[in-house]
Design a protein around this ligand. Structure first.
Ligand code: NDP
Length: 264
């Protein structure tokens, strides 16, 4: 079998752990693949760039997940529903698109038991796909956001939504930071008084940001709550993507044992 080339497309892309994760798994499993990174400036060039580079598959990160959706010939049902693609595989000259962020997130929060109600702080692209998969899995999902515009779509889909100003805190089992607040700054994702009312009533707090302790998780720890950052979400979306790249020939745990070395 010829060597297959994979990549992550994004802008910026230099910080991405995906090359390390996938290359550990290719090497460990003896699969003839190699994974690189590519800074794509113009998302409308995604499809052409994919073929020009002779790739077998890609992951897509910010800000190109909608462009990736538009670049595919075939979409799986879930990617179609949420309008965002983070994994593309080429088969017979056609591009097949998947969303592995949301199932990765679902698996990452499965360790928390007896969770029914979940509050998302934030209503961006990641919140969109994860809200849908959590709802399908039977969780009750509510969202609060800094501004009203992004909430409209969620309200239309039947989610309970509120801006910070219109929100009255009540108990939720899990409170999740779905914003980028804390990623490159030291800001909380919502006003402190809202968080201090919410967190003590929650069973645990989760952040989708990884690689650092965010002000949100720091506050949750100060309030004695179990916390979880976005590392498992990143690992699990990568394992599910790798499973598509390699046509389902390895088990989840076989891939995990090598891919998780990227987090050591
Ligand atoms: P989007 O740009 O689509 O949405 C950003 C959201 O964050 C919006 O709701 C926005 O509110 C809100 N926001 C941004 N800054 C602040 C702030 N200072 N205070 C309050 N709210 C703020 O981003 P994504 O959904 O693509 O990404 C969200 C996060 O998820 C990022 O941190 C990203 O790194 C992380 N992520 C992690 C993954 C993982 O594997 N662990 C995978 C994918 C994403 P408004 O509408 O008012 O602008």
């Amino acid at each position: 079998m010829d060597k297959e080339i994979f990549a992550i497309f994004g802008n910026p892309v230099s910080h991405s752990k995906s090359p390390l994760m996938h290359n550990y798994a290719f090497k460990g499993l003896g699969y003839p693949g190699c994974y690189n990174r590519y800074r794509l400036e113009d998302g409308t060039e995604l499809r052409k760039t994919f073929f020009d580079l002779g790739l077998k598959g890609i992951n897509i990160t910010v800000p190109h997940k909608e462009h990736a959706y538009n670049a595919c010939d075939v979409l799986d049902d879930f990617a179609q529903k949420v309008g965002a693609v983070n994994t593309i595989v080429e088969r017979g000259g056609k591009l097949y698109g998947y969303n592995t962020d949301a199932p990765g997130f679902l698996k990452a929060i499965a360790e928390f038991e007896e969770i029914k109600s979940v509050l998302f702080i934030g209503a961006g692209g990641t919140a969109q796909s994860t809200a849908v998969i959590l709802k399908e899995a039977g969780y009750q999902v509510s969202l609060i956001n800094r501004s009203a515009a992004r909430l409209e779509k969620f309200a239309k889909e039947g989610f309970e939504t509120a801006t910070f100003e219109a929100f009255t805190p009540k108990p939720y089992d899990l409170v999740i930071n779905m914003t980028s607040a804390g990623l490159e700054d030291e800001s909380l994702p919502a006003p402190r008084e809202i968080l201090e009312a919410l967190i003590p009533q929650a069973k645990a707090c989760v952040d989708v940001i990884y690689g650092k302790e965010t002000p949100f998780l720091r506050l949750a720890k100060e309030l004695d709550k179990p916390t979880k950052d976005g590392s498992d979400m990143l690992l699990y979306q990568g394992i599910i993507a790798f499973d598509h790249f390699t046509d389902h020939r390895y088990s989840f745990d076989e891939i995990k044992q090598y891919m998780q070395k990227a987090f050591d």
